[in-house]
Design a binder for this molecule. Structure first.
Ligand code: HPA
Length: 282
């Protein structure tokens, strides 16, 4: 299991303690920025920013497309904290490490977590550049960040996931999309796989049959921990490529990053509107 529970709790608390001095505006909203979506950070009126390597016990990001900074500031006047750079299971981290930052945010009083990612489209109606508001997920990691002794002060042993993605946040995101004139915004189900190899055509066919609309290698552990910690969650996937099992095309990371970066401004617009119009509860 890696680190024992006592050490994990101590490290999360020390990390939160070290950051607490910088959370002067008491943000209630956090955003996690996905692959190629770091541009959203530019929408933040930054008050304070720190490299992950300078935060006690924070894991270090090993993926080049993730820069690894925590930013505190405002979007549309609302205090926010952004995690620019995330940790993936495929990098070799345990799911506890993957979700370390979310726990720290819980201890710092974050109530709403907006998670963004780049994903592969499974739904044939999607196109590269579609924004999917996550309605539900499938955890196909084969792992759960809550495995092991439950930390009762952080949440219940068996957290309910009947509405893991907050229905009012989903509705708010769709309202914002309409307000912003964004046409390619839909809802769907995200499946998390371990990676790092991409899916075969047979796996793609099977994931579609399982009911998934998009596939990726992140976010679900963070959502599970956020719900355990009683945060409300909004998930937004940028569909970077669409995988057709009957006409499968090679997927390149460069294309994934390029499409995510191209869709970044739309996602940025959406996120700004969601936060500005819905306030601290989002
Ligand atoms: N599969 C898994 N993860 C991804 C994909 C994909 O096709 N595209 C972007 N992230």
């Amino acid at each position: 299991m890696g680190l024992d529970t006592g050490s994990h709790v101590r490290q999360v608390k020390q990390s939160a303690e070290a950051l607490s001095n910088y959370f002067v505006s008491r943000p209630k909203i956090a955003i996690q920025l996905g692959t190629g979506l770091g541009g959203i950070a530019e929408a933040i009126d930054t008050e304070f920013s720190i490299a992950y390597q300078d935060i006690p016990f924070f894991p270090q990001s090993t993926v080049e497309s993730h820069q690894g900074r925590l930013i505190v500031g405002r979007i549309g006047g609302q205090p926010v904290v952004a995690l620019s750079g995330r940790f993936h299971y495929y990098e070799g981290y345990s799911t506890r490490q993957v979700t370390f930052a979310v726990r720290v945010l819980q201890l710092l009083g974050i109530k709403t977590l907006i998670i963004t990612n780049a994903a592969g489209g499974l739904n044939p109606h999607f196109q590269p550049g579609t924004i999917m508001v996550i309605r539900d997920h499938l955890n196909f990691l084969g792992e759960n960040p809550l495995r092991g002794p439950n930390i009762d002060e952080w949440g219940p042993r068996f957290p309910d996931l009947s509405a893991a993605y907050h229905p009012l946040l989903i509705k708010g995101a769709l309202d914002s999309a309409r307000r912003c004139g964004l046409k390619q915004v839909v809802t769907g189900i995200y499946v998390c796989v371990p990676g790092p190899s991409l899916e075969t055509p047979a796996e793609t066919r099977w994931l579609r049959q399982c009911g998934a609309d998009a596939v990726g290698m992140s976010s679900v552990p963070e959502v599970i921990v956020a719900r355990h910690g009683n945060m409300q969650v909004l998930g937004l996937s940028v569909i970077a490529n669409v995988n057709d099992p009957d006409n499968f095309q090679p997927i390149s990371l460069e294309d994934v990053i390029a499409t995510a970066a191209r869709t970044g401004p739309e996602l940025q617009k959406l996120v700004i509107d969601i936060i500005s119009n819905n306030g601290p509860g989002c």
